[in-house]
Design a protein around this ligand. Structure first.
Ligand code: PLP
Ligand code: TYF
Length: 395
């Protein structure tokens, strides 16, 4: 059976992690994979997470199965985190949340759910989008189409082109949007643009599907959820995939959630039963630990406060690094877009050859597309990165 199989290339992002690890140079800099790093280049366990784990260790009484929906308390609190307590959709009983194995699990189960809704569903994704969106959604059998998103010349959102393209979508088509901190470009929609897309989606009968993997790392927990909250208030149906990997630093615990906003409570109940059946036929139920940690934090005022302080610190560090890099690159070219963008990622807009030179000559690693992880910089490494970039870009 196996003798015909060819070896496939590995995930380019995870492959780059391995190449970086094997590079013996002591001054190498990893701007590749999207994990948050502190000033020392470490990805430590957040203090609020450590305390919640400690408390769990002392209070947890069983490792018996949890159900396909995961922990009820976690689901309730994630709904509030995404929408804000007292959101009209919550008050109207239109919100159902299930715990998933990471944001990836949420994305894939949303795709499986969409197939149950309509087997020939088309989902429109931004060009560019996170590379994993294609296998996660396409692998479930959805048809994928692309809408233009980024203007390559200015590295900002080409909103007119995006809107013009989505005018061609048919009623019932799904539009995948990044809730904040667009991966890979860092170019986000502003409030007016969210309103305009909400109008378009409403008028054309499209279904928005929002992937929000970086809430709290763009501008703040509330501001980053603006698009989710607006659409959930104005539209009958919205799907939201969220992740606790980045904002709780729980990457390997595989903690995320899938939220369905439905037209009314009865439809929400039927839709959720379909989703739970899809979950049962894939992995039966999600892992418990990460969600238990998140639930403990969100449900304990002092841990909640501590987590918010830490998250704000991470967010501020990213914003400061953005300003500093933009300034350091200054007159060499217009890199002011770096300061206007949000989240962990920006494209530098350099060629694959220049990316390769930075890797070979300077030990500075980024994706071939020139996407960098801003959090991989530090005040110590930033000047060297900026100098190397100026040198390579000027050739
Ligand atoms: N969506 C986007 C845009 C991401 O960048 C990521 C991850 O890193 C995810 C979803 C899901 O991440 P995870 O499955 O680790 O929660
Ligand atoms: O884009 C990134 O770097 C993050 C992390 O298969 C990631 O989203 C990368 C690859 C992958 C899963 C997560």
């Amino acid at each position: 059976m196996f003798e015909h199989l060819k070896t496939l290339p590995q995930d380019p992002i995870l492959g780059l992690m391995k190449t970086f690890r094997e590079d013996p140079r002591s001054n190498k800099v990893d701007l590749g994979v999207g994990v948050y790093r502190d000033e020392a280049g470490a990805t430590p366990i957040m203090a609020a997470v450590q305390q919640a784990q400690q408390r769990l260790l002392e209070t947890e009484t069983t490792k018996a199965y949890i159900g396909p929906a995961g922990a009820e308390g976690f689901n309730h609190l994630i709904g509030q985190l995404l929408l804000g307590a007292g959101h009209p959709a919550l008050n109207d009983g239109r919100v159902n949340v299930v715990q998933t194995p990471g944001g990836c699990g949420a994305l894939r189960m949303a795709a499986e759910f969409l197939k149950l809704c309509k087997p020939d569903t088309t989902v429109w994704v931004s060009t560019p989008t996170w590379a994993n969106h294609i296998p996660l959604l396409g692998g479930a059998g959805l048809s994928i189409r692309e809408y233009p998103y980024l203007d390559k010349a200015t590295l900002s959102v080409d909103f007119d082109a995006m809107m013009a393209c989505l005018e061609q979508a048919d009623a019932g088509d799904v539009v995948l949007l990044h809730g904040c901190c667009h991966n890979p470009s860092g170019a986000d929609l502003d409030a007016d643009q969210w309103t305009a897309i909400t109008d378009l989606v409403e008028r054309k009968g499209l279904l928005p599907f929002i992937d929000i993997a970086y809430q709290g790392l763009g501008e703040g927990l509330e501001q980053d959820a603006l698009g989710v909250r607006l659409m959930a208030e104005r539209l009958p149906e919205v799907i939201v995939a969220s992740s606790c990997s980045k904002n709780f630093g729980l990457y390997r615990e595989r903690t995320g959630a899938l939220m369905l906003i439905s037209a009314n409570a009865a439809q929400g109940q039927a839709a959720t039963s379909q989703l739970l059946s899809a979950i049962r036929s894939h992995y039966s139920m999600p892992p418990s630990h990460g969600a238990a940690v998140v639930e403990m934090i969100l449900d304990t005022p002092e841990l909640m406060q501590q987590w918010q302080n830490e998250l704000n610190g991470m967010c501020t560090r990213i914003l400061e690094l953005r300003s500093a890099l933009s300034r350091a690159l200054g007159p060499a070219g217009d890199f002011s877009f770096i300061e206007r963008q949000r989240g962990m990622f920006s494209f530098l807009g350099i060629s694959p050859q220049q990316v390769q030179s930075l890797r070979d000559e300077f030990g500075i690693y980024m994706l071939d597309s020139s996407r960098i992880n801003i959090a991989g910089l530090s005040t110590a490494t930033l000047p060297r990165v900026a100098e190397a970039l100026k040198e390579v870009a000027g050739r």
